[in-house]
Design a protein around this ligand. Structure first.
Ligand SMILES: Nc1ncnc2c1ncn2[C@@H]1O[C@H](COP(=O)(O)OP(=O)(O)OP(=O)(O)O)[C@@H](O)[C@H]1O
Ligand SMILES: [Mg+2]
Length: 466
């Protein structure tokens, strides 16, 4: 009987009947350390090839143009005919360019932003051409985090950054992931850790050390010297590490492999100065350098780990978004992520409050304006039941909008990242519309949070002033 089964070789699963000698014949020699360098070099060459497609001569990314249809449909809510009339009546305004005689007019995003400002100044007061931002309040910082990898953190952060920019907000994106995916999306150039958020953290520590040294001197103790690297960081500001991107209203603090070094350096600093509040480093440096007044929204992309960089990003954040797929493993691991967040921040608070009580100072209590989990890569046909269960258990913490899986994400190459950079003419209209809709909805759910927390703060300020 058994023999008969073996004879029907063609219907056997592929992992049966592998001949050891045939397997050996296909095998290469064992790999040594140098083998990794070879693989890395091959990848780098392929990457350069990919990256060079769709970039201009200087090797910089270029943002596509926006058509009249798209502008009036998605960006400036006026009728097309009215839009054309206003442009005609105001020859100083950008007039766009057409690819064919009498064809559709296309505009750069800079031009769209100028047009929007014009409509906001001239147009109907009833329409909100410019998005809500209360005057005098600092930018809102948004961290996108989950220690599970590949759940859509970077895609979500990048799409939110782009939709906020299209909506008219001035956006800063901070990449805290040494994988640098966000940096690639925004075409960032980062040579080493000195062009990342690292020097901001280093300076925060350096400032702390200097204060400590003053105390030491007052006590008659010898000061702790700042090493060369720290000394260099003391001269650096956020402006030194912020770069422009191919989006006129999105700037970037990039990341690169060397940023990982921070995960080793930060605990060493903390050991040397137990009173250094490492979790305040990013916020306080951004604040000191005026960054919170220069932007409206700051998105922080974090690595799939709860390391020191993530802790910094999380404690800087006003709004925390936690993306996860509607799968058992991702739900399970997200639950554990919140457990880790709880123990990490509770232990920081405990440590601080022990000292605070001893000194009679006010204690430390972390607070976030809003925390939401967001279902990403959702497949309604397969995951409806699980998503409903997640909704039942998570309640309001789970954002009501599920971000659909869309084939448009991730299929594009290096030059186009996501739905907002894609030219709708390259796709079937329906695919485009569906993909766009789900990310527009993701943004709408986020914007509601953003406006709500700003409003709450504005009212609090108002009441305090009365
Ligand atoms: N809505 C979506 N539809 C289809 N694919 C998606 C969607 N969102 C993300 N993806 C794909 O899922 C993969 C992981 O996404 P992403 O890189 O954003 O995750 P991540 O959490 O940032 O990963 P990491 O933990 O490595 O930083 C990518 O290939 C991305 O293109
Ligand atoms: Mg990522």
């Amino acid at each position: 009987m058994a023999r008969d089964i073996h004879k029907a070789g063609s219907s056997l699963p592929p992992y049966f009947s592998i001949d050891p000698d045939a397997a050996l014949a296909e095998l290469d020699a064992p790999t040594g350390t140098a083998g990794f360098a070879g693989i890395a070099a091959a990848c780098a060459a392929g990457r350069t090839d990919l990256a060079s497609r769709g970039m201009n001569e200087e090797g910089k990314k270029e943002l596509r143009l926006f058509s009249t249809w798209e502008i009036t449909r998605y960006l400036i809510p006026v009728a097309q005919a009215h839009f054309r009339r206003v442009l005609k009546a105001n020859p100083d305004l950008p007039q766009g360019r057409s690819e064919t005689e009498g064809g559709a007019k296309w505009f750069t995003l800079e031009e769209v932003l100028r047009l929007r400002a014009f409509f906001a100044a001239q147009g109907s007061k009833a329409k909100d051409y410019q998005p809500y931002r209360p005057e005098g309040l600092p930018a809102k910082m948004v961290a996108v985090a989950n220690f599970k990898g590949g759940v859509g953190k970077t895609s979500t952060a990048a799409h939110l950054a782009m939709s906020a920019a299209l909506d008219g907000y001035k956006v800063l994106v901070i990449d805290l992931d040494s994988q640098g995916s966000m940096t690639s999306i925004f075409g960032g150039k980062v040579d080493d850790e000195w062009q990342t958020a690292f020097p901001l953290l280093a300076r925060h520590y350096g400032e702390h050390l200097r204060l400590e040294n003053q105390r030491r001197l007052d006590r008659g103790d010898a000061p702790q010297p700042l090493d060369e690297a720290l000394d260099a960081a003391m001269e650096m500001t956020a402006q030194d590490v912020i770069q422009n991107t191919h989006w006129p209203n999105i700037d970037l603090i990039g990341a690169q492999l060397n940023l990982y070094w921070a995960e080793f350096q930060i605990p060493v600093w903390r050991m040397a100065a137990r009173s250094w509040k490492l979790w305040d480093a990013l916020t306080e440096r951004l604040e000191a350098d005026g960054v919170l007044d220069q932007y409206d929204v700051i998105f922080i992309d974090t690595p799939p780990a709860l390391g020191y960089l993530t802790i910094n990003g999380l404690s800087a954040a006003d709004i925390l978004l936690v993306p996860m797929g509607a799968s058992f493993l991702e739900f399970d691991s997200t639950g554990r992520f919140f457990d880790m967040l709880h123990s990490t921040f509770a232990s920081i608070e405990e440590g601080e409050n022990l000292a605070a009580r001893a000194l009679g100072r006010p204690g430390l209590a972390f607070e976030w304006d809003a925390v939401r989990t967001v279902i990403t890569r959702y497949d309604g046909a397969q995951q409806g039941e699980l998503a409903a269960l997640m909704q039942a258990y998570m309640g309001r913490v789970l954002s009501p909008h599920k971000q659909d899986f869309t084939a448009l994400i991730g299929q594009a190459g290096e030059q186009v990242s996501g739905i907002y950079e894609a030219d709708y003419r390259d796709f079937n209209r329906e695919t485009y519309a569906r993909g766009r809709e789900t990310f527009d909805e993701t943004y709408a759910a986020f914007k509601k949070l953003l406006i709500g927390v700003w409003r709450r703060e504005a009212l609090q300020e108002q009441r305090a002033a009365e």
